[in-house]
Design a protein around this ligand. Structure first.
Ligand code: GRG
Length: 314
């Protein structure tokens, strides 16, 4: 039988993350700090505990990661990047604090990352490469800011279409192998653009549901190990395609619950491994998509609580 969902322990685990300044791991993960705040806040929000972290301190910290060009870095002093800019906007949106930043300045930064000839988007202005993760990040960020109309959506939709493979999936760049993480980013971007008509729904849904292994867990591509985080990347994709019932929900639930640390809270990539906040949010978000544990509904496109997404500018 599956262990119980340890809601209170997961809340305490996330609350403890910013107090572990004497641990090497805390300093080794500095380059991910703002991502960690987004993962923690989102996990808490899905568990109905958004206020478990100090709001004012958090908003002040997020704002301290912003640069003069509008982009946000992973921590104060870290170079701006599209991923951290998205996480900053998501956190501020969740906290109802977007009015505290200059949306036009952030928009200018995001627009500067799009290659207007191809529609591809790079991660930063310092030499990071093109990646479908960044197309999604730009579109999600701009749509939350109500600025998507300033972006060449058609060009980026065309770029994503070029990343489509013979198996119905999508990769990081044109010609790259299908991977569940990249599939989420491409489907979610197409959903934001209202262009899901370009997707080979049946073929891709088959590829996605074949990610479930006998253990109940999902992998990200054929022949790979199952990992709790694919409970988000695969399930959100199936949710966007309206095919969540193509996987065995009970077996996946058991796989996720077995990956919990039932003493200290948090969720690992799989049973017996060390927990981290990345696997914690995507395990909990997966359980929400599956409709288990009385969690708040999560939006499969934005990976934010549905009630937050319902506030999106029309
Ligand atoms: C707001 C939810 C949200 C996302 C922002 C960063 C991003 C946009 C999307 C990431 C999509 C992605 C590529 C996820 C996969 C992450 C992952 C576990 C990669 C591991 O890749 P490999 O090759 O793992 O090491 P496998 O499982 O294939 O062995």
């Amino acid at each position: 039988m599956a262990p119980e969902f340890e809601r209170e322990k997961h809340i305490a685990y996330i609350q403890s993350l910013d107090t572990r300044h004497d641990e090497l791991e805390y300093w080794l993960s500095e380059h991910l700090r703002l991502a960690g705040v987004y993962w923690g806040v989102t996990a808490l929000d899905i568990m109905g505990a958004k206020d478990a972290l100090p709001r004012d301190e958090m908003i002040k910290y997020v704002k301290s990661c912003q640069h003069d060009n509008g982009g946000f870095g992973a921590n104060p002093g870290h170079d701006p990047h599209i991923l951290y800019t998205l996480y900053a906007v998501q956190i501020l949106f969740t906290q109802d604090a977007l009015q505290e930043v200059d949306a036009n300045l952030i928009t200018k930064y995001v627009l500067s990352l799009q290659d207007t000839a191809t529609g591809a988007v790079k991660g930063d202005l310092m030499g990071d490469t093109f990646d479908t993760r960044f197309v999604y990040s730009a579109m999600s960020c701009l749509s939350i800011l109500g600025k998507l109309s300033e972006f060449d959506v058609d060009k980026s939709v065309n770029y994503i279409d070029q990343c489509k493979n013979y198996d119905g999936g999508y990769g990081m760049v044109p010609g790259a192998e299908s991977h569940a993480g990249q599939i989420f980013t491409c489907l979610a971007a197409l959903a934001i653009a209202n262009r899901l008509d370009l997707v080979d729904r049946d073929l891709l849904s088959w590829w996605l549901c074949e990610r479930q292994l006998l253990s109940g867990g999902l992998n990200g591509r054929p022949e790979k190990l199952p990992d709790v985080c694919y409970s988000w990347w695969v399930l959100s994709s199936l949710a966007i395609l309206g095919r969540l019932d193509w996987i065995d929900r009970d077996k996946l639930r058991e796989f996720i619950l077995e990956a919990q640390d039932t003493e200290m809270g948090g969720v690992a990539d799989r049973k017996g491994d060390m927990v981290d906040v990345f696997h914690t949010v995507f395990g909990i978000a997966g359980l929400s998509l599956l409709g288990f544990e009385n969690l708040e509904p999560v939006n499969p496109v934005y990976c934010l609580r549905e009630s937050v997404v319902s506030r999106l500018p029309k």
